[in-house]
Design a protein around this ligand. Structure first.
Ligand code: AMP
Ligand code: MN
Ligand code: MN
Ligand code: MN
Length: 291
């Protein structure tokens, strides 16, 4: 297993964030870091935004980086009261259905952020709206921005803590989301020419029974792939997700979900698919013979 990420393999990292949502690196900084980490194919998948893609493409061309950029997005959906993230890969970012849809999601984000700020205000935390918006700096405003604001205001010591105290489901600042449905997300991804990937299936706190229900529903809606490999993951979790991918006939994807430099998560780190799971990238790299 030692040679999974050797010098000769192309490393695919198909899930990452920039300052266009709650990532801390600019699109330019992100593509350089991906190259330094020997990533050969990178997807930028900001929360409900494709705003980083043109700047990233321009920087790759300007600097002559040997890096393939996959246009991506991470769409927030709601299913059975759970927030489920669907990644779209290789989408046409200018497709009218996609741009219209992302405008709606942005509006939903703004509305939710206002309600979160109102709730925090009532809990004697003033200034959260201005604070989170300033941190988002024109990009998609997320709970990640509220978390940073609260930590910087001294309300909690770290991000995990602040979610537990204020932002997780049922806590003071939690507002049930009005996101689109899974089938709407898959539909807009397909219409804009992309593949729909169920993001980080292990991170929804679902029992095995509910996770299988989610996988069955996602497959029934025409979903193409599921994330199987992430860098922070127990070996048995990857094996389990690979088993599900085979059972449900889904392709596999892999991604760091990189948000910022930190000791635990890095672009391209430990990303490989177990045997018997086909990478979602095969669908866009193999010549199509059925034309
Ligand atoms: P939103 O899409 O606005 O609900 O924000 C979700 C984002 O908040 C995620 O993409 C993560 O970046 C961040 N997040 C969610 N839960 C946690 C947590 N427990 N600790 C740290 N960050 C979190
Ligand atoms: Mn995030
Ligand atoms: Mn996510
Ligand atoms: Mn993500």
């Amino acid at each position: 297993m030692s040679d999974h990420n050797d010098n000769y393999a192309i490393i695919y990292d198909l899930h990452s964030h920039t300052t266009a949502s709650d990532g801390r690196l600019t699109p330019q900084e992100l593509v350089h870091r991906a190259h330094e980490m020997r990533v050969g194919t990178l997807a930028i998948t900001d929360h409900d935004s494709v705003a980083a893609i043109p700047a990233a493409q321009a920087e790759i061309a300007r600097a002559g980086l040997p890096l393939t950029l996959i246009t991506g997005v991470e769409i927030s959906t709601v299913w059975e009261n759970h927030e489920i993230h669907i990644v779209g890969l290789n989408i046409d970012i200018d497709h009218p259905q996609m741009t219209g849809f992302l405008a709606e999601q942005k509006e939903r984000r703004q509305q939710r952020a206002k309600l979160i700020a109102e709730r925090l205000e009532r809990a004697h935390v003033p200034g959260a709206w201005e604070g989170a918006l300033a941190l988002a700096d024109g990009g998609a405003v997320t709970r990640g921005h509220f978390a940073r604001f609260l930590v910087e205001a001294g309300k909690a010591s770290n991000m995990a803590d602040v979610f537990k105290k204020y932002l997780a489901r049922g806590k003071t600042g939690y507002v049930p989301p009005q996101w689109c449905t899974i089938d709407q997300a898959i539909d807009v991804i397909h219409h804009s020419g992309g593949k729909a990937v169920l993001a980080h299936p292990g991170r929804y706190d679902l029992s095995a029974k509910w996770l299988k229900r989610l996988l069955a529903y996602f497959t029934e809606c025409g979903g193409d792939a599921m994330e199987v490999a992430q860098c922070q993951q127990a070996p048995h979790e990857r094996a389990q997700l690979a088993t599900y991918a085979r059972q449900y006939g889904l392709l596999g994807s892999q991604g760091s979900d990189f948000h910022q430099p930190c000791p635990w998560i890095e672009l391209g780190r430990k990303l490989w698919l177990p045997a018997g799971v086909e990478g979602v990238w095969q669908t866009w790299e193999q010549p199509q013979n059925n034309l």
